[in-house]
Design a protein around this ligand. Structure first.
Ligand SMILES: *[C@@H]1O[C@H](CO)[C@@H](O)[C@H](O)[C@H]1NC(C)=O
Ligand SMILES: *[C@@H]1O[C@H](CO)[C@@H](O)[C@H](O)[C@H]1NC(C)=O
Length: 486
């Protein structure tokens, strides 16, 4: 199967409206403030100036969800407490109670680690986003962005392919149903929907953000990151969610990558100056290459004009995407079974207790769930595995070798700050080594958005943010999609 195209693996997603976030059916308030397309910084300023209340903000988004979600299906569930939380935030702001986190009282015991951090920072959880069912780890045949409960998520620009698996997160921020969102990536699930829905996605170094409480595929590859309309919003969200969570041990080791003073300091307009970027001319087998090619070249020219040094990377030793895909799927199959079983066992209450239970549940509900149509081949293959045998060990060794002798060597030999690729076509290389990547809007071809992706070594988020922000500010390509309604 084509890991990069058909089934970016992904997980759940939460939609967040930052710092208590207006309105009614118009987007401009009596105060003159416009919520549509507002950034986190715009909102904070508007709160300070009393131009905006959290209630207005949440009402605006709920209204947009009512209008647009029946078409685009980016939101699975709205948080029933969102308005109450907005009122609490407004009250707190009015009383300016120092250090009192009124919102903390509403934290449920099993919030995911990243959600806890967001709530503490004052975010209101607006709801859950739709995604490819089971992060696209049930059936290779199921369409990207489809789930039995959420229906088919649609790209608000084209009403077509949204890419997955964190499709709903990208759809929802693109269509202004929320301020910012989170997605999960195992291979491509943040980068690909960001690419297709013309938004910014950061796939952090594995372990930089806690995976605790998130339905897993692979502890070795899974990572949670922001999907937002701008690089600066994504940097603020990353700053909020990165850090140690003792429930996810990988965050302890990775915390060494977190820069003192956070990520916002890297939002520099001249961030491309002097950066060495490797242009990867492999992994182009994603969608229609020819139509991309000319525009990608133009974007490379922009990078050069802004002071980056481009180094052509024609080949990365040992790697081709077909052999990556084979080893990766061997590893993900056994990792999915082990980690999902552990996750389900840990739940206080659940109708299913194991992968075998999920498969049985799916069979029983096959009519309802279109199972006859899509099957559950990925789950069946995972269930057949039995821990780490010879083949699995070989697959893991393969990926370590490719990462160390391939990507890391190329980066070091050429003294690169990052690589640059069209689309999310490089996601598997970043996935198997736990490396970070950022997708930024790069254009529209016949109305279909596409992005440019920057990837780097572990912990290179500061550089990637500098590069991505500088590129975004040089191009300012993103345009909001048309309003979608029935
Ligand atoms: C790719 O795009 C070009 C230009 O738009 C078009 O002529 C060609 O048919 C497309 N190829 C495929 C395989 O879709
Ligand atoms: C390991 O990689 C080699 C190619 O380098 C490939 O032929 C082999 O099938 C891979 N093994 C596994 C178990 O994925």
């Amino acid at each position: 199967m084509d890991l990069t195209y058909a089934s970016p693996f992904f997980h759940f997603v939460l939609l967040l409206t930052f710092l208590s976030m207006l309105l009614s059916s118009t987007t401009t308030l009596a105060s003159g403030f416009t919520i549509k397309e507002a950034t986190v910084q715009d909102l904070q300023l508007a709160f300070q100036k009393n131009q905006l209340t959290s209630r207005h903000l949440v009402e605006f988004y709920l209204n947009q969800i009512n209008i647009q979600n029946p078409v685009v299906r980016g939101v699975l569930e709205v948080n029933p407490d969102a308005l109450a939380q907005a009122d609490a935030a407004d009250k707190e702001r009015r009383e300016k109670a120092p250090g009192s986190y009124a919102l903390l009282g509403s934290v449920v015991p099993r919030d995911a680690g990243v959600v806890t951090k967001l709530r503490k920072a004052g975010a209101i959880i607006l709801g859950k986003a739709t995604l490819s069912e089971w992060s696209h780890y049930r059936s290779a045949a199921a369409p990207s962005g489809w789930s039995a409960r959420g229906g088919q998520g649609k790209n608000p620009y084209t009403l077509g392919f949204p890419c997955g698996s964190s499709s709903g997160s990208a759809i929802s921020v693109a269509a202004n149903l929320v301020t910012v969102s989170l997605g999960t990536e195992t291979d491509g699930s943040i980068l690909c929907p960001s690419n297709f829905n013309s938004v910014v996605g950061i796939k952090p170094t594995v372990g930089l953000t806690s995976r605790a409480g998130v339905v897993p595929i692979s502890p070795r590859q899974d990572t949670i990151g922001p999907i937002c309309r701008t690089v600066s919003d994504a940097a603020y969200v990353l700053e909020t969610i990165a850090g140690i969570d003792t429930v996810d041990k990988a965050t302890i080791e990775a915390s060494k990558y977190i820069p003192k003073g956070g990520y916002a300091q890297f939002l520099k307009k001249d961030g491309l100056r002097g950066k060495r970027l490797g242009v990867v001319r492999l992994f182009y087998n994603f969608g229609n290459e020819t139509f991309m090619h000319e525009t990608f070249k133009l974007r490379l020219k922009t990078l050069r004009q802004r002071g980056a040094v481009l180094v052509d990377i024609l080949k990365i030793d040992d790697i081709d995407d077909i052999s990556i895909a084979q080893s990766e799927i061997i590893a993900l199959n056994f990792e999915f079974k082990l980690s999902l079983n552990a996750y389900l066992k840990d739940l206080i209450a659940s109708p299913v207790k194991s992968l075998a239970g999920v498969i049985h549940f799916n069979k029983k509900h096959s009519k309802l769930e279109k199972l006859d149509e899509y099957g559950q081949d990925l789950m069946l293959a995972a269930e057949k595995t039995n821990g780490i045998g010879k083949v699995e060990e070989q697959a893991l060794l393969n990926m370590t070798r490719w990462s160390e002798n391939g990507f890391e060597k190329v980066m070091k030999r050429n003294k690169l700050d990052a690589v640059v690729t069209p689309f999310s076509s490089f996601s598997s290389v970043l996935a198997i080594g736990g490396y970070p990547g950022v997708s930024v809007p790069a254009g529209y071809e016949k109305g279909i958005p596409f992005g440019i992706c920057f990837g780097g070594l572990k912990g290179s988020e500061p550089k990637l943010i500098e590069i991505a922000y500088s590129f975004e500010q040089a191009t300012l390509i993103r345009k909001p999609p048309p309003l979608r309604k029935l």
